[in-house]
Ligand binder design. Sequence first.
Ligand code: SOE
Length: 384
Amino acid sequence: MRPLRIAMIGCGFMGAAHSQGWRTAPRVFDLPAAVEMSVVVGRRADAAADAAQRWGWAGSATDWREAVGRDDVDVVDIVTPGDSHAEIAVAALEAGKHVLCEKPLANTVAEAERMAAAAERAAADGVLSMVGFTYRRVPAATLARDLVARGEIGRVQQVRACYRQDWLVDPGAPLAWRLRKEHAGSGALGDIGAHAIDMVQFITGQRVRRTTGVVDTIVEERPLPPEEQDGPDGRRTGRVTVDDVALFTGRLDSGALAAFEATRFATGRKNALTVEVSGDRGALAFDLEDLNTLRVYDRTAPEERQGFTRVLVTEPGHPYLAGWWPPGHMLGYEHGFSHQVKDLVEGVASGEPPHPSFTDGLHVQRVLDAVERSAAQDAAWADV
Ligand code: SOE
């Protein structure tokens, strides 16, 4: 089996999650290629070396260009903040490397367009690319997509998708990179609203074509992080330059309306991505905080059995479950990253492009942009 040699660029929280995926997938699934975790790249040599040692990478480096240019690297996995996605991804694709890039694809539509164009050029030479919208690969979410595609809930008439977190309720929470437009592009909108958009488009098989939206920044000034203070008691603050909350609608291909919420101010909600799809024959409800279950409603069931049924999505026939534990032995947040690796490696081996493509990522970027345009015009309709 020809090995697939991976270079991962970035070594923060997402680096830890992706490393679990690279390490675990080959041990759980029968993959058509061997995975070699060759090198992890970080800006600071000590942090990169520590990440390599802790997460199981063979080596570490500080120069992503050098790693991307290495002959013994086949896949570049980008887990850096959004401001460097375009530069790294385009360089990697032009060097003939398959690319997995974290979401959102980029910070601007222009960057995402460049990336999608580079991905298309590279695809002509058999080079693949994929965006890390990993929640698609939670088995219950994949099952929801399958049920909608099979017509089990009939015609989709309305959708609601919320991604709610609360880690910014504390006004003393530091001004991390996710709160700076130059690094993150936007706030809750791009960081977690992007997941909600992707989930709706994935599960319904439709795209958002128009939107109306409003955004809000609730805490506008925050303490700088410790490394940017002038001493241990530093009081320096900086401006938050992104949204804390985004509320928006989406008109889907079919004309059905979707309601979206993305917020980091939903007190008590830690990582609550909920998607509810209402059809004329039934409905589906997914909740990331209860990710082993899918709630399914069948309008055609006898009256005495009307009501949402809680389906435990852990049977061997459920998506991705064959490789894991016996029924009822739950999966968690990290499993989606193994599923992502499985699908990417299988795609590389078969030549069949995995989803979501950079073009899918570009469309999400356009929705994000349209929400911001709408918000700037008092929530007027904006085309995607
Ligand atoms: C932070 O809000 C974050 O880690 C996002 O960046 C991820 O995409 C999401 O999966 C969980 O929350």
